[in-house]
Design a protein around this ligand. Structure first.
Ligand code: NDP
Length: 316
């Protein structure tokens, strides 16, 4: 199993299970099936609304002796309405209680965007708090405290661009060790990846299969379908693999972590098999040539006229 090494020599399995949109009623089976199939890394978040059910699956896996806590790498994320310094540890403790764990391996600031405490999902500009009023560096101080308290082993961020990372790096005691961002052949983020490498920050690729079909108002018409790409299909055919496996394998070959979501037992089993696939330099180059700079998750839901954030301020 490929791993990413952290500064203290802890190793994170590069391949993991995503759980966004893994509905209650199905995520329990997904997590248990995945662990039985050899998954050792689960990617969670408070806002996914399913951590309790994931916790039930984890605790059963421990009780049945399938794995021990030390065998697993569990990541979760701080939601945007708990960025105030006093709210971070309570939010983390809620996640730990829901997941039935004593500690997380990795805790991430989910977005470089702050919401008012009473707001779960943003619907108007008044829901937002600007970074001038609540900077990421203040939230980070509480993330550092979480490490000191032994509640988390490692801390990092998600959806951070270079500017936000630089700000955090120069204003922190513990440097972020992970940036979890969208990355796949149509949106490779090569520039951000090499910036992160230079700074000793690992990158986790989310939406590696092009994310799920979205029915929301931000979905673009004629959205390109990564899983139906002809080059990917061609490479898959030549390896007797599926397109999904090629996309996962490509992310692993690039040295990133990758966390495809599935609640389907067949696809859960299929996705981890991608670890066995070897891609040649030529395969890698053909896939690299597919970049369209196309984001599936645009972040537009944070942006309102006269609001605290612009796409430029979020992604740059
Ligand atoms: P993915 O790119 O992982 O795609 C998931 C979709 O692909 C689901 O519809 C799934 O359906 C389907 N699928 C899974 N395996 C295969 C396969 N082998 N062949 C064909 N279809 C397949 O999208 P996500 O957006 O879920 O991203 C992955 C994870 O990344 C999330 O679950 C979450 O943990 C994390 N994430 C983090 C974000 C952040 O802001 N930090 C944002 C977005 C995602 P089915 O379940 O039926 O198999």
């Amino acid at each position: 199993m490929r791993t990413l090494k952290f500064k203290n020599n802890d190793e994170m399995p590069a391949f993991g299970l995503g759980t966004w949109k893994s509905e209650q009623g199905e995520v329990y089976n997904a997590v248990k099936t995945a662990i039985k199939k050899g998954y050792r890394h689960i990617d969670c978040a408070a806002i996914y609304g399913n951590e309790k059910e994931i916790g039930e699956a984890l605790s059963e896996c421990f009780a049945e002796g399938i794995v021990t806590r030390k065998d697993l790498w569990i990541t979760s994320k701080l939601w945007c309405n708990a960025h105030a310094k006093k709210d971070v540890i309570p939010a983390l403790k809620q996640t730990l209680s829901d997941l039935q764990l004593d500690y997380l391996d990795l805790y991430l600031i989910h977005w470089p965007v702050a919401l008012k405490k009473e707001v779960m999902f943003v619907s108007e500009k008044e829901d937002l708090i600007s970074l001038k009023d609540l900077p990421n560096t203040v939230t980070w101080e509480a993330m550092e405290e979480a490490v000191a308290l032994g509640l988390v082993k490692h801390i990092g961020v998600s959806n951070f661009g270079k500017k936000a990372l630089e700000d955090l790096i120069s204003n922190s005691k513990i440097k972020p060790e992970m940036n979890q961002v969208e990355s796949h052949p149509y949106f490779q983020q090569e520039d951000l990846l090499s910036f992160c490498k230079d700074k000793g920050i690992h990158l986790t690729a989310y939406a590696p299969l092009g994310s799920s079909d979205r029915a929301d108002k931000f979905k673009a018409e004629n959205e390109p379908k990564l899983l139906e790409d002809k080059i990917i299909a061609d490479i898959a055919k030549s390896k007797d693999a599926t397109p999904g496996q090629i996309l996962i394998s490509w992310a692993l070959h690039r040295g990133t972590s990758v966390i495809p979501k599935s609640v389907n037992p067949g696809r859960i089993a299929q996705n981890i098999q991608a670890e066995q696939i070897s891609l040649s330099d030529e395969d890698m180059q053909r896939i690299t040539d597919l970049d369209k700079n196309y984001r599936y998750l645009t972040g537009e839901h944070w942006v309102f006229e006269g609001g605290a954030y612009t796409l430029e301020s979020i992604w740059s």
